[in-house]
Design a protein around this ligand. Structure first.
Ligand SMILES: C[S@@+](CC[C@H](N)C(=O)[O-])C[C@H]1O[C@@H](n2cnc3c(N)ncnc32)[C@H](O)[C@@H]1O
Length: 218
């Protein structure tokens, strides 16, 4: 028995991806266009394919009808969540970039889920206040600028229904959380400690891709 998670070699990662549901052709094209259109550094912002499978699975598991996402980029995570929503379900996406999200909108149309997604452009710290105040969200995904994670958390947690789940990406920050040497990693470290101490949620951290925290509103 092993007491720690595996570090994945490239071959083992390929095996893992091959044993998750394959990206459908629209998602696969979105991944290809993102990598063709942006520098490797920017394209790396896109969630990993296995995270897309995981988000879709989780949204179905929760029977999610109302969801929110902070950090949309070219739209892969939103597409994964939206596909799991019922036809009258709604995903509200927050991003600051019309350039990135114009690509997202095209793919949401092509996937037939555009009518389930509303995109609100602007600094999310401000635009998140446009969500209804009451606890109504079944699922939320935080994946934008790291220095604002705590602010996004404070905006989102009160809006989660009991049993609703907040998913947060990049909580291991490429392993740099062990020795933070810049403000983004320092922000993640402070955020992770804050989540652990937050009595409004029960949380687990899992080493999927760059690390995900799942926090269930109690
Ligand atoms: C890591 S990417 C999101 C990746 C996306 N979830 C996906 O599946 O491809 C981060 C996104 O956060 C957005 N962002 C950065 N700062 C922001 C801010 N202050 N408010 C809203 N969005 C922001 C960026 O424009 C970028 O699209």
């Amino acid at each position: 028995m092993s007491y720690k998670s595996l570090g994945l070699s490239d071959d083992l990662h390929r095996y893992l991806v091959a044993h998750n549901p394959p990206l459908d052709p629209v998602m696969a094209e979105l991944v290809a266009e993102t990598h063709a259109s942006f520098s490797a550094d920017d394209a790396e912002m896109q969630i990993a394919p296995e995270q897309a499978s995981f988000l879709e699975f989780l949204a179905r598991l929760l029977g999610a009808r109302r969801a929110a996402e902070v950090g949309t980029f070219t739209g892969l995570s939103a597409l994964a969540v939206a596909r799991a929503l019922p036809p009258d379900g709604r995903l509200t996406c927050f991003d600051i970039s019309s350039e990135f999200t114009s690509i997202a909108r095209r793919y949401w149309e092509r996937a037939g889920v555009a009518d389930r997604i509303e995109l609100r452009l602007g600094p999310a710290e401000q635009t998140l206040t446009t969500l209804p105040d009451e606890p109504h969200l079944d699922l939320a995904f935080i994946d934008a600028d790291k220095v604002s994670y705590q602010a996004y958390w404070e905006a989102i947690v009160p809006r989660m229904r009991p049993g609703g789940v907040v998913v947060v990406d990049n909580v291991l920050h490429h392993g740099a959380v062990l020795a933070p040497d810049n403000r983004n990693t320092a922000a993640i470290v402070a955020f992770n400690d804050m989540v652990l101490a937050d009595a409004r949620v029960e949380s687990v951290m899992i080493p999927l891709a760059d690390g995900l925290t799942l926090a269930r509103r109690v």
